[in-house]
Design a protein around this ligand. Sequence first.
Ligand code: GUN
Ligand code: ZN
Length: 436
Amino acid sequence: MTLFRASVLDTPASPFTGGRLRSDEDCGLLVEQGVIVARGPFETLRPAHPDEPVLDLREGVLLPGMVDTHVHFPQVRIIGGLGLPLLDWLDQCALPEEMRLADVDHARGVAHDFVAGLVDAGTTTALVFGAHFAGAVDAMFEAADQWGLRVTTGLVTSDRLLPESLLTTPERARVESCELAGRWHGKGRLRYAVTPRFSLSASDALLESCAQTLAEVPGAFFTSHVNENVHEIREVASLFDGEAYVDTYDRRGLLTPRSVLAHDVHPTDRELATLAARGTAVAHCPTSNAALGSGLFPLRRHVEAGVRVALGSDVGAGTGFSLFKEGLQAYFAQQLLGEQGMPLTSAHLLWLSTAAGADALGMADEVGVLSVGRQFDAIWVLPEPGDPLAVGLANAASADDALSKVFALGTSSDVGGVWVGGDQIAAGRWRRPRHR
Ligand code: GUN
Ligand code: ZN
């Protein structure tokens, strides 16, 4: 067992329904075999466990591990390609890069860069958009397994409108997906996600084969894109005889509480009602929406319709792995929406980047908050002395204020330690935690 001693911030209940930031300044967390078995003021917990080693993390703040609900592994090396709208960006930036993952050795290098980026940013759980090649998806699962990350991913499938080498057939998609799921689904911290790229590149038959795969892999997730860009939405409507974008997935039985659709920047009220009725979650990807000029996410309409929302970095259209930046950009977007926006506090941003993600991924009983009975998935935010974030934290007026500063100023460099299931999988860039 280990007794962690830290200033702990988390969000046990949604701030969208009255929950508040939980802040415990000198908090003890007793961790046994990866699970938090006791939590309380350090001074009361310590006498009850006098012999356990203490890890003293009081200097910064301890947060739950970040949960990224939408991030593309093949795109790690093209982050930062600015200036294009979605369909041009796909043609000119993303798809040429994704074609290179046909080479498994190349894919292994990309998977390594990708997992390193996630871990550096303090992301401990992710729903990862995979690659179009089964060997590359194996490489992704292998890398996640080696690092001990909680990753749900799968084969990306398409059977029209993309470059030839990225296309498959409905039957091959089903067979390869089931083979991958057989190898990885439920192994350690890994799970399978059925992943048609988007309805624009998927025929009816391909979407139906996705439904078959879901039926053959109990507990699998479903993920794709929806309502991201107005030109894309128009194209999808014309390919599906005017069907609404959400309906292209729903009519084939693909939307359940284990489904996550990315973006949804331009939904109709009826589509929101469908998502709410199915329990399907939306991955809000704020920097991507800004970088591609997709639009400002209608968060208030999602919340009022009862649609679950969490954050996604959407690397590589998104501009980095850190969910601090996504949280800040989510805040900016709501500010820019004026009266239609939803004012967000730092507690909302933490909720969206941790517990909401855990909920979207069906893991709310395991991760997302640092409560008794949950896995110890945590990150230690420890800015270097003199850094603006260190100065800000030292002068914060309150815990909420300190957390605002983490989202405003925090980067991957400020993550001083990362734990998954009690295992430390990364140390900070500038200092290691001290055992006492
Ligand atoms: N829609 C289909 N593919 C993609 C992708 O790779 N990135 C984004 N942002 N949207 C998509
Ligand atoms: Zn995406």
